[in-house]
Design a protein around this ligand. Structure first.
Ligand SMILES: [Zn+2]
Ligand SMILES: [Zn+2]
Length: 317
């Protein structure tokens, strides 16, 4: 099968089709999404070697006796052991032995086929088109913000970052009735948030402060700096970004205003699929370009250009 493979650099390769192990299924990938985390993986995050990519929609093609056979699916990216203390405490996303699709110990979605445990799958409702379903994983990650911070419907919230994730977070918070503000760098991105009633600002024009909650999704250390400057005392900063170079935190910025800094990662797939099924969120305006998998190297290069939102790979044969 055709796949993108990360060795010392990213290459297009012909790999053997993976064999599903007991409890697993073989999935033919229809569409894969390129995410900022994938670009970090290419820069050496986790020291991963293999097929990158974790966002996908596909169709189960084996084994023959699986109840999932022929179903259109999306899949959760954490493969937990199911046995350890964390798994038994309901913290499977934090299983210490876990593999992570396209990031850690497990080949990912930039390929014609992948395998996943059946337990990781969610059926895609018929009404949800492939190019919307491929956003299930990032939308779930955006929804996790609700779980991370205690929101009240009348919270004043600032989202920092007008990339794909920041925009999806602003949509979800706006649907909750919160007063949502978004600060970013690209007028054409801010417009996509404006459509959901979000108040938007280009960074230099941003003067508002004292937000109850600030969500940092810019992917850049300057985003956290801005978040800490704009949150109110005793407010919360939800951190969705990892910074490859780290962050020089001055603890006084948290201690003196008694601000809570909260990490937030993967989220609930069923809720994301419900939002897509009801058409309350249509993520497709985020799609900038689609490439066949055979042009995957070109696609990944384009995804790294400034201001580019979602890039999709068409992985079907
Ligand atoms: Zn992602
Ligand atoms: Zn475990």
């Amino acid at each position: 099968m055709l796949a993108l493979y990360l060795n010392d650099k990213l290459e297009l390769r012909d790999l053997p089709r993976p064999e599903p192990q007991p409890g697993e299924v073989l999935i033919r990938v229809r569409l894969a999404g390129v995410c900022r985390t994938d670009l970090e993986v290419l820069q050496g995050y986790h020291g991963f070697r293999g097929v990158p990519g974790h966002e996908f929609v596909g169709q189960v093609v084996a084994p023959e006796d699986s109840s999932w056979l022929n179903r259109r699916v999306v899949g959760e990216i954490n493969l937990a052991c199911g046995q350890c203390l964390r798994c038994r405490q309901g913290l499977a996303h934090h299983c210490q032995q876990r593999q992570v699709l396209g990031m850690k110990g497990r080949n990912g979605t930039f390929a014609q086929y992948l395998t996943l445990p059946a337990a990781n799958l969610h059926s895609v409702p018929e009404e949800v088109a492939d190019d919307a379903a491929v956003f299930t994983e990032p939308l779930a990650a955006a929804l996790q913000v609700l779980e991370t911070a205690a929101f009240s419907p009348d919270s004043r919230v600032l989202v920092v970052g007008d990339g794909s994730l920041g925009l999806q977070i602003s949509w979800i918070l706006a649907l909750h009735g919160a007063e949502v503000h978004l600060v970013g760098r690209y007028p054409e991105h801010l417009e996509l948030a404006g459509a959901y009633g979000v108040s938007t600002y280009l960074e230099p024009e941003m003067t508002q402060k004292d937000f109850d909650v600030v969500v940092e999704a810019s992917g850049s250390p300057s985003g956290l700096e801005l978040a800490l400057a704009r949150v109110r005392p005793r407010g919360a900063v939800v951190l969705k970004s990892t910074y490859s170079g780290g962050y020089p935190l001055n603890t006084a910025d948290l201690v003196v205003p008694e601000v809570r800094l909260l990490g937030s990662r993967c989220g609930p797939f069923p809720a994301a699929l419900r939002l897509l099924q009801k058409d309350w969120i249509d993520p497709r305006p985020l799609i900038y370009r689609r490439y066949p998998l055979a042009q995957g190297l070109e696609a990944l290069a384009y995804a790294q250009e400034k201001g580019v939102l979602k890039v999709l790979l068409e992985c079907g044969e």
